[in-house]
Design a protein around this ligand. Structure first.
Ligand SMILES: [Zn+2]
Ligand SMILES: [Zn+2]
Length: 115
């Protein structure tokens, strides 16, 4: 799975799930989460289904991945999964588009310093 924002193969952090088709479209890596949202996704209370950045409907949910260990035939196997419970933060199509647009540019483009 690649990060939907930077396109890098990422350690699992959050899944990006299309809430209409309930299919997983990618992941969001920790760097991009912090860059785009800071601590907001971790600390927010997402009981409604609106976009975290505006009040439009959320189309892409960002549930956190959780690692867990199962035992099968005496072997311990680590797996990870995401859960839509409790409610996950979501993005509308417009803000999801803004997040993923960054992949369109060259990967090594210089980052201009913030004023
Ligand atoms: Zn990323
Ligand atoms: Zn939005």
């Amino acid at each position: 799975m690649q990060c939907v924002a930077c396109g890098r193969r990422s350690s699992y952090n959050r899944a990006v799930v299309d809430t209409v088709t309930e299919s997983e479209v990618g992941v969001l890596c920790p760097e991009c989460e912090h860059e785009q949202f800071g601590q907001m996704l971790e600390n927010g209370d997402w009981t409604d289904e609106e976009c975290v950045l505006c009040d439009r409907d959320g189309f892409y949910a960002l549930p956190a991945w959780r690692a867990y260990v199962v035992e099968i035939d005496g072997k311990r196997i680590s797996r990870s999964e995401y859960s839509m419970e409790p409610p996950s933060p979501a993005l509308c199509d417009k803000h999801y588009g803004e997040l993923t647009e960054q992949t369109a540019g060259p990967a090594e483009s210089p980052v201009s310093p913030q004023p």
